[in-house]
Design a protein around this ligand. Structure first.
Ligand code: ADP
Ligand code: ASP
Ligand code: MG
Length: 451
């Protein structure tokens, strides 16, 4: 079996939609399982819709959502009125369901409503892509991930539950494969143990693909996107970024965690657990080999393989009057953050304080309130991270010196620095407004000029 995930641009543009058919036909004997994202821009509109209460604003959003699908249907099924009729029916049915959900929202809490609303993007796209494949003679079937990815209860960014997901995936997907069906599964979404719809976090369809690959033990997890693979930096920003042939799981995980949008940060975790290679490929250039992510790293790409950044990274400084080294202080902090579904990317500690960088998925206000019961906290915005990633990063002895020279030359104030224990990543917290200036300099210095 082969899991093939197609992202937003890939399921939207006519050329790449045609490529999905070519690829599926080409790989039929490897038993493809498709995972699809919503059409481009739809999830953003649905997020807005979930926060809107005014009728006329809701109607405007419904109209925008409909028009994007309308254009898709008229373009992809241009030559076939019957297919257009079926596709329109399907979109109308889903939008009716969505309206009903919004009108009955008194029954559910806001977070739960949000996840149910945003799940419609993938529900519609998976139905449209299956219809498109069927019209090309593929025995395809839409599958809602609510029947195969079983998650924890945190709305907004749930995680999958291993045993329950394996069981559900096997029950839902394997019989289809045995019958020669190509499942077209909704990315991004799952259901908690009581059947309520959850999401895996923004950009989460990559993670869905990895979870499904892990659960059915696929031979490979393919992430089909709109660039040739993983580059030494975002190729849309750094024009001379290099395509990386191979990355280790650890490198890919760090790269994703520290800002490379090409992969959802949690994608690697299920893949590495089952030792399944992940390949990042381009739907607009289907014969390229892409980037392979597996155990071994190919160090011919150089010491520093990639520069990544995140523009907005909230920083939390926590001080304690009675010495933070007192027993259990860190444990207490992390318990509060974990309870509120906030994860920490970087940490630095001194005798009396601890500074952490946060992701913003969880319930920050609740976490701060609890922390303030036993410590003093400062929540700081206006900073971001820049990171250098590569397995051999430690071997470059002049690295630190060169880094500090660069920061001095650009008058960049480094707020915090973290040298990961695994030696794969150096990350710096710097003012957000400096990132645009220093990223190209870092890329030129440590990648272009070093190879
Ligand atoms: P999809 O909709 O297919 O999931 P995304 O937009 O989420 O696609 O991710 C692909 C984008 O990631 C690319 O268009 C590229 O601009 C961006 N990106 C950021 N960092 C990198 C990197 N290091 N290598 C490749 N792409 C990157
Ligand atoms: N459609 C979702 C998003 O925009 C998930 C994804 O594309 O991976 O976040
Ligand atoms: Mg993505």
């Amino acid at each position: 079996m082969l899991v093939m995930k197609f992202g937003g641009t890939s399921v939207t543009k006519p050329d790449s939609v045609a490529a999905i058919n070519t690829l599926v036909q080409r790989e039929l004997n490897r038993q493809p399982i498709l995972v699809v994202s919503a059409l481009s821009g739809i999830t953003d509109l649905l997020v807005k819709l979930s926060h809107t209460i005014l009728d006329y604003e809701q109607e405007d959003l419904f109209e925008q959502i409909f028009m994007k699908h309308d254009l898709w249907i008229k373009t992809i099924f241009a030559a076939n009125m019957d297919l257009q009729t079926s596709a329109f029916k399907l979109v109308h049915d889903y939008l009716d369901q969505l309206r009903e959900l919004l009108h009955s929202h008194g029954l559910v809490n806001q977070l739960q409503l949000h996840d149910s609303v945003v799940s419609f993007g993938e529900k519609i796209s998976s139905a449209l892509i299956s219809l498109f494949l069927i019209s090309n003679g593929v025995n395809a079937k839409q599958v809602l991930a609510t029947s195969c990815i079983i998650t924890t209860k945190q709305f907004g960014g749930a995680d999958f539950i291993d045993a329950a997901t394996k069981k559900a995936c096997k029950k839902t997907i394997l019989p289809l494969i045995e019958q020669g069906v190509v499942p077209v599964i909704t990315g991004f979404i799952g259901a908690n143990t009581v059947g309520e719809t959850t999401i895996l976090g923004r950009g989460g369809s990559d993670y869905s693909a990895a979870i499904i690959g892990y659960a059915v033990q696929s031979e490979e997890i393919q992430i089909w996107t709109d660039v040739n693979g993983v580059y030494s930096a975002d190729p849309r920003v750094i024009k001379d970024a290099k395509l990386l042939k191979q990355l280790s799981y650890q490198e890919a995980a760090e790269l994703a965690m520290f800002g490379a949008k090409v992969l959802h940060p949690r994608t690697i975790q299920p893949a590495v657990r089952a030792d399944i290679p992940v390949r990042v490929l381009n739907t607009f250039n289907i014969d390229n080999v892409g980037t392979i992510i597996a155990h071994a790293a190919d160090n011919s790409d150089g010491t520093v393989k990639s520069v990544t950044w995140k523009k907005a990274v909230p920083l939390l400084n926590i001080y304690s009057a009675d010495m933070f080294l007192s027993k259990g202080f860190l444990q207490k902090i992390f318990a509060v953050l974990a309870k509120n579904n906030i994860s920490v990317n970087m940490l630095s500690a001194s005798e009396v304080s601890v500074s952490v960088t946060l992701d913003t998925i969880g319930k920050l206000d609740d976490a701060l309130q609890e922390l303030n019961k036993f410590a003093k906290t400062d929540y700081i915005e206006g900073f971001g991270t820049v990171s250098l990633v590569g397995e051999q990063i430690m071997n470059k002895h002049s690295l630190m010196q060169e880094l500090f020279n660069l920061f001095q030359a650009t008058s960049t104030q480094v707020q915090m620095l973290s040298y990961s224990a695994s030696n794969i990543n150096i990350s710096m917290i710097v003012p957000t407004d400096k990132i645009g200036e220093i990223v190209p300099l870092l890329h030129t210095k440590f990648i272009t000029m070093s190879n």
